[in-house]
Design a protein around this ligand. Structure first.
Ligand code: F6P
Length: 327
């Protein structure tokens, strides 16, 4: 391992995700273990540009492994998209004596990380933190498991009222341009239909399915809609469906940001801790411009370039499974 590394910076950027705190803690504790200094930047790249920092030690990350959100707060920083913004950021990193940066976030955050490391040759390691699970090169992103459990719990609750009133609910969940949350939560919560951006669903097929469901005396129906679904508007979709199924009592529920909150699940805490440790070890080994991830149960690495330029594959077999069990 190289031994020139002395001072690591860490930040969280983009949409917060449960488990980010566990990742920060693991980064800080790994630095302490190896006698490295560590500085946290508040509000992602904005904090790097403004020099809004906090010195972190083992004590400062006590009692956060269980907390949702991020103690370093997060932001989507417009200024960092400009060369001037990145120059300011680099100047601050140099002034602080930072010789390696850990960026916890999604693909937007990694695009910034990639630019910074190529323009200024500062070593950067990415940790995938987003509820969307939409990052190439890792089977799971930090926050996905917790968000899934939150969505399933919310759908179960809607199911109680849907059954009591014999209703059909369209439930919209997050995921940006990807359907990982909708597909997995839909299977787990027994949805009659799952609409995701990766698959085009014919409205007539959905209507036929819902008609059959009524004939089989189902007391409730849930259709899970990913926010990125091609048709765009869940309320409009519900209206269209209502025209075809006038006897149905239809409601829409948009889950929104509650999906991002809450204490991280055990799986997310363990994943975040493994990736946090790995990120520092990668910097110590002299590596840069890579993301640490998890594949088949083991920690892996992928180039940041691939992480941002390639799309993760959604398991099509899960769609088939959803179709079978939603009869
Ligand atoms: O990327 C995480 C995410 O929650 C997406 O699922 C969603 O589309 C987006 O962030 C919402 O962003 P914001 O919090 O800025 O409204």
């Amino acid at each position: 391992m190289g031994n020139t590394l002395k001072h690591i910076g860490v930040l969280t950027s983009g949409g917060d995700a449960p488990g980010m705190n566990a990742a920060i803690r693991a980064v800080v504790r790994t630095c302490a273990y190896h006698n490295l200094d560590v500085t946290g930047f508040y509000e992602g790249y904005q904090g790097v540009i403004e020099g809004n920092t906090v010195k972190l030690d083992t004590q400062s990350v006590s009692n956060i492994v269980n907390r949702g959100g991020t103690m370093l707060r997060s932001a989507r920083c417009q200024e960092f998209r400009t060369p001037e913004g990145r120059q300011k950021a680099y100047n601050n990193l140099k002034e602080l004596g930072i010789d390696g940066l850990v960026v916890i976030g999604g693909d937007g955050s990694f695009t910034g990380a990639s630019l910074l490391s190529t323009e200024f040759e500062i070593p950067v390691i990415g940790i995938p933190g987003t509820i969307d699970n939409d990052i190439y090169g890792t089977d799971f992103t930090i926050g996905f498991d917790t968000a899934l459990n939150t969505v399933v719990d919310a759908v179960d609750r809607v199911r109680d009222t849907a059954s009591s009133h014999n209703r059909l609910f369209f439930i919209e969940c997050m995921g940006r341009d990807s359907g990982f949350i909708a597909l997995n939560a839909g299977i787990a919560a027994g949805a009659s239909g799952i609409l995701i951006p990766e698959e085009s669903t014919d409205l007539n097929d959905l209507v036929e399915k819902l008609k059959k469901s009524r004939e089989s005396n189902k007391t409730s129906n849930i259709v899970l809609v990913a926010e990125g679904e091609k048709r765009g508007d869940t309320f409009q979709l519900a209206e269209e469906t209502q025209k075809h199924l006038p006897n149905y009592d239809i409601r829409v529920s948009v889950l929104g940001h509650l999906q991002r909150g809450g204490n991280p699940s055990c799986a997310d805490r363990v994943l975040a801790t493994r990736l946090g440790v790995a990120s520092v070890e990668q910097l110590m080994a002299g590596n840069s411009s890579i993301m640490v991830g998890i594949h088949n149960g083991s920690v892996c690495t992928v180039s940041i370039h691939d992480a941002i330029s390639r799309k993760p594959g959604l398991d099509r077999n899960l769609m088939h499974i959803a179709e079978i069990v939603s009869l």
